[in-house]
Design a protein around this ligand. Structure first.
Ligand code: KPL
Length: 291
């Protein structure tokens, strides 16, 4: 199969290298480059990738690991020309978009992961083993069968992959964990593990209750105490890491707060209920990251 990896952040780079290692044909579509190829170092080995440009001319599996604020422009760009028959789009990003059910192509798949990776210059480090879930993005397709070849390649490249007809449930869980950790690491300007010293359980429970209300309103059942417990576990497992949001703030990049706590606050208001704890975190991070 031909793969085009979009997004050369940590996860995109890790997937590109791992697909190559299992013998897949992989090229990369970076956001900007003047070069004719890109090299990524992984485990002291350098991997060279050719550059893909759009429109695609042959059936291609697109693996896009991007920031939430890049999704709309990416989908717009991909919609300029029909994808060749046999292509698919696998997309992965933190958080949720207000209009995503309207803009997601019919055959798009969400990929959700707990693998941890970071990039340092052109090297990618697989910092924490996790697992991933793949499922159809459109709820109407949720129970359709899985695309066997794509599933198997992604599973071989970066195990363990689970097929998930309820990918939305996974996405809400991930959204919740990010909402319960990322903003707090920015506010306290600390590593994930240092959050444990700030006695945040009560504040996190209120944030989680608001998320659960919205999730339930959208047909997804989550339990606030369980989410806080999961976040606690993630904080312990990633104690030495800086969250992606704190890294964004430190490197003066746009954060994903609008798509995490901001999403919860806005969408709760649309559904007729305030979410003051998420709103507060949203505003605090916006204020800290207003450069
Ligand atoms: O996904 C993460 C992130 O930093 O965005 C967590 C789970 C908080 C781990 O750092």
């Amino acid at each position: 199969m031909h793969w085009a990896v979009i997004g050369t952040g940590a996860i995109g780079s890790l997937m590109a290298v791992n697909l190559r290692r299992i013998g897949e044909h992989v090229s990369i579509k970076p956001r900007h480059t003047n070069h004719s190829s890109i090299s990524i170092i992984h485990n002291a080995h350098s991997y060279e990738f050719s550059i893909t440009t759009l429109p695609l001319t042959q059936p291609t599996q697109i693996f896009a690991a991007v920031k939430a604020y890049q999704v709309e422009a990416l989908l717009q760009e991909l919609s300029q020309a029909p994808l060749p028959e046999g292509s698919s789009l696998i997309i992965s990003y933190n958080g949720m978009l207000d209009n995503e059910s309207m803009i997601m192509p019919e055959r798009a798949l969400h990929w959700v992961t707990t693998h941890g990776a970071y990039r340092h210059e052109n090297e990618v480090v697989h910092a924490g083993m996790g697992e991933s879930w793949l499922g159809w993005a459109q709820v109407e397709r949720a129970s359709s069968s899985r695309p066997a070849e794509v599933f198997s390649a992604l599973n071989n490249a970066l195990p363990l992959l689970n097929w998930s007809p309820a990918i939305n449930q996974r996405r809400w869980q991930k959204l919740a964990v990010n909402c319960l950790i990322n903003a707090f690491t920015v506010i306290h300007n600390c590593r994930n593990g240092e959050l444990l010293q700030h006695h945040l359980q009560h504040d996190q429970l209120v944030v989680a209750q608001e998320i659960c209300w919205l999730a339930q309103h959208r047909g997804v059942q989550l339990i606030p105490e369980k989410l806080v417990e999961q976040a606690h576990q993630v904080v312990k497992n990633t104690a030495n890491n800086f969250s992606s949001m704190l890294m964004d703030v430190r490197q003066r990049r746009q954060t994903e707060i609008d798509y995490l706590n901001g999403f919860v606050a806005r969408q709760s208001a649309v559904a007729g209920r305030a979410a003051p704890a998420n709103e507060k975190l949203w505003r605090q991070v916006q204020a800290i990251s207003a450069f």
